[in-house]
Design a protein around this ligand. Structure first.
Ligand SMILES: [Fe+2]
Length: 164
């Protein structure tokens, strides 16, 4: 594998682990303010991000290369409220999407179509991730700080999670 492709893939493994820590931190925050549905939902996001990291990790190994894990910076631990936290999650997903598009660019230039193929899965995944977080933001904005509505959204999130 070309060194520059390996470098951006490696960076992505670390970025996915950072995302998983960030979402676990949000999960803890939601639990601390009594929103257990949001907390459970974010915990599932945490698990998904770990899976993303491992998907790229396994791919690097399957290409006969080694993964270089790096230090993961401390995630934010407190937010002003649920809407601010969920907006931060969307911003983070947008950053991840930009990183994935960059990997597609680098891999395409190097004619590394196996990596492009793997990244296509991530491109689709990002559409879903951004869509589900945007939906939550819409719901929260509709609720407009109405506590009863917020609890309803929280319950819906919690029950949807247990259905899955
Ligand atoms: Fe991810």
């Amino acid at each position: 594998m070309k060194k520059n492709v390996l470098k951006v893939l490696n960076d992505q493994v670390n970025a996915e682990f950072f995302a998983s820590n960030l979402y676990l931190s949000m999960s803890s925050y939601f639990s601390s303010i009594g929103l257990n549905g949001f907390s459970t939902w974010m915990r599932l996001q945490y698990e998904e991000e770990c899976e993303h990291a491992l998907k790229i990790y396994d791919y690097i190994l399957s290409r006969g290369e080694a993964v270089e894990l790096g230090a993961i910076k401390k995630p934010q631990t407190k937010w002003k409220g649920v809407l601010e936290a969920v907006k931060a999650a969307l911003n983070h997903e947008k950053e991840v999407t930009a990183m994935i598009y960059n990997i597609v660019d680098v891999a395409t230039k190097e004619r590394d179509y196996a990596t492009v193929n793997l990244m296509n899965w991530f491109v689709n995944e990002q559409v879903e991730e951004e869509d589900s977080v945007s939906y939550l933001i819409d719901q929260l904005e509709l609720a407009e700080n109405n506590k009863a509505s917020l609890l309803l959204i929280d319950r819906e999130l919690g029950s949807r999670v247990s259905e899955e």
